[in-house]
Design a protein around this ligand. Sequence first.
Ligand code: SF4
Length: 327
Amino acid sequence: MTITEVRAVTGWADEVRRLARERDAVILAHNYQLPEIQDVAHHTGDSLALSRIAAAAEQSTIVFCGVHFMAETAKILSPDKTVLIPDAAAGCSLADSITAEQLREWKAEHPDAVVVSYVNTTAEVKAETDVCCTSSNAVEVVESIPADREVLFLPDQFLGAHVRRVTGRENLHVWAGECHVHAGINGPELTARAAEDPDAELFIHPECGCATSALYLAGAGAVESERVRILSTGGMLDAARSTSARSVLVATEVGMLHQLRRAAPEVDFRAVNDRASCRYMKMITPEKVLRALREGRDEVHVDPAIAERARASVQRMVEIGRPGGGE
Ligand code: SF4
């Protein structure tokens, strides 16, 4: 970065923080946001950690730098606060892979099933859900359901496959949704990268298309199982601080590398696929963060009746197992 660019970023950051004070706003940034947005935010983290920070914040306004379902979750948990997202069009291909109508039809085919939804879902889908889960507690949430009850697990097929494998549960039905970013990180690429760097640890997010291949490869002895760690994004940061490895291959969205490098500067973190960048996350730009603070847009609204039902499924998640994690 040139001196002029550094000055421009510093001036922008000062202005963002000044406007945040003026508006009584707290700025939250997801781990997949652009580095300069992560650096200017008051807090960075995964979607659930940020929602909990939002609910506990003293400020009356939350500026949520992430994708829409995350800002919606913050609004569900903090209905009295103003929640702003710098661009309301920042969606999520995983959350969009199932609508409330599709879920109602699926439930009608399995009337006694318990519905478990990953947090990457819209408020309407959460309102049709019995329990939400994160990637950290998905297994515990499913294990808390009596073994003879059917389970509908949605929307992520890779996380669903991981949960089914760990629990050995045959009556777990998985929705065939996927995130275009995680699906792009595949087994062959992972194997090739792991072979190139035999001393590296592998940090894998369970939504990645490669997670099940990684577990299979580890089981077959192609990649030693002790090198493979399946972690939520929050879990990756804890593991980064405690790892003794000198290099780590990371299988998730590339924005995560910024926080990992900050957490453990002496470790060489590299992406398994450096094209794994979420175009929705990157719709939140420095200019739009300024606009959000200056103009109070885009405000996130959730119908109060839907919010109340969605809140119940999110609260059940918090009551079961380790609530941290999520994307
Ligand atoms: S990385 Fe995938 S799951 Fe995450 S916000 Fe982007 S599209 Fe959604």
